[in-house]
Design a protein around this ligand. Structure first.
Ligand code: NAD
Length: 412
């Protein structure tokens, strides 16, 4: 059976579609998936928007802002009960997951490759899931939906700002009548979207900045920001889709040795290394932390329950070691710039909504590789190829329908 054949029908949901916005359940999550500006645009398009009371408060968007934008502010149960599409930032808690209904569509940054059991549960309950972590980011028409980029960019900026705040010296060189202060040296490990933004911000703050990555292609991007690229001994660490590959044990050992030298020469180390579907690679060992100068600041964007890039980093915590080194467990930095990151997230959500709704129906076109990439679960089936591989499920056959020209489908 073609798993995409069952699209939402108008008669199942009434004349117009309803989008629900949940308040995030984690105490560390301050973002909200829709802001009042995007809400207003969607209402103008004829959609009904339900927002859970106080959903945007931590991001400085208040219930009356949503009401002025044309949304209804209701309680959580009403959002879940009455919405065709429910949008959120992070994975819903267990209670919320159990409330979603068959045929409903949920959209968020749901880390589907690491919570495969949740995806299996959604499939069992016929809850349809679009998960931003699966978006094929290199397809040009998907770029307006790219939450990973919009949020990483915010996180990279904040990493440099936090580092400058915790570092007990100036970032820029200061020549004053009272003497000269040397500029700070900042090293950024992993120079993807977050790393490049951290480099740009640290440069603007006046530091001397270098970047390190195992993808040789990132050299040009680092150098174009005026930073020095540190060449890795790891022979081409690029994997598929522009991402890094996982290193072998030998490569990782060699990397730890070369990085120990680079780290000891710097005052600030910002780490952003990720490998999709795997826990973040350890880049700064316990020995490197011990050999760092007093006052050194590590900001670990990889810090999560899965581990981090820096030995000793703890998610959501700032630790000061016995040798006076500060380690910030900073996996939540986009949430710490909640207003701006929510505005960008909302634009990404708007792009997806515009893309999937046609003629007052939700259409998941089986021949559209943006949608087949973004969709984790549809009509009771795990349909995403990467997720199926992670779950050891066989590949699905290609859809039988003749392909509509998907290149012509643009965001309206
Ligand atoms: P990411 O968050 O997956 O990882 C961050 C960085 O860590 C990457 O640069 C990666 O190479 C690096 N890394 C991983 N393991 C490492 C290790 N052991 N040692 C050193 N560095 C390591 O990456 P991202 O920010 O999502 O970007 C990944 C790629 O996708 C980049 O090439 C980026 O330019 C590209 N991208 C393309 C588009 C597009 O085409 N529209 C959009 C976004 C990102």
């Amino acid at each position: 059976m073609n798993p995409f054949s069952n699209i939402f029908q108008e008669e199942e949901f009434g004349m117009s579609l309803t989008i629900g916005v949940l308040k995030e359940s984690s105490p560390h999550e301050h973002r909200v998936a829709l802001d009042p500006e995007v809400t207003k645009r969607l209402v103008k398009k004829g959609l009904q928007i339900l927002v859970e009371a106080s959903a945007g408060e931590d991001a400085n968007f208040f219930d009356n802002d949503y009401e002025s934008a044309g949304a209804k502010v209701v309680d959580r149960n009403a959002v879940i009960e009455q919405s065709n599409i429910v949008v959120m930032i992070d994975n819903p808690d267990e209670q919320t997951r159990s409330q979603f209904k068959s045929g409903q569509l949920i959209l968020g940054l749901l880390n589907s490759l690491t919570v495969t059991d949740e995806m299996t549960e959604f499939a069992k309950n016929k809850v349809n899931v679009l998960s931003f972590d699966l978006l094929p980011r290199t397809i040009s028409r998907a770029q307006t939906m790219d939450v990973l980029s919009s949020q990483s960019s915010v996180a990279g900026y904040k990493a440099a700002v936090i580092a400058s705040d915790l570092y007990p010296k100036y970032f820029p060189m200061m020549i004053t009548a009272a003497g000269t202060i040397k500029p700070a040296k900042v090293l950024v490990l992993g120079t993807g979207v977050a790393g490049l933004q951290a480099i740009g911000t640290a440069k603007r703050l006046g530091a001397i900045v270098s970047g390190y990555d195992i993808r040789p292609a990132s050299r040009g991007e680092v150098e174009s920001l005026g930073a020095t690229f540190l060449t890795s001994s790891v022979s081409n660490g690029a994997g598929s889709g522009g991402y890094a590959r996982q290193l072998t044990d030998e490569e990782q050992e060699a990397q730890h040795k070369e990085l120990a030298e680079f780290i000891a020469q710097n005052d600030i180390v910002i780490t952003t290394a990720q490998v999709p579907g795997h826990k973040p690679p350890l880049m700064v060992t316990e020995d490197s932390v011990q050999n760092s100068k007093p006052g050194t600041v590590f900001v670990d964007l990889g810090a999560s329950d899965l581990g981090g890039n820096v030995a000793g980093s703890k998610p959501f915590e700032t630790v000061v070691t016995d040798n006076h080194v500060t380690i910030v467990g900073a996996g939540d930095l986009a949430s710490r710039v909640a207003n701006s990151s929510s505005q960008l997230f909302a634009k990404n959500v708007q792009a997806v909504i515009n893309y999937v709704i046609e003629d007052d129906q939700i259409q998941i076109d089986p021949t559209d590789d943006v949608l087949t990439g973004l969709a984790a679960v549809y009509d009771g089936e795990i349909i995403n190829a990467r997720l199926r591989k992670a779950l050891d499920l066989p590949e699905l056959p290609k859809p039988e329908e003749p392909a509509e020209d998907s290149e012509t489908k643009e965001e309206s």
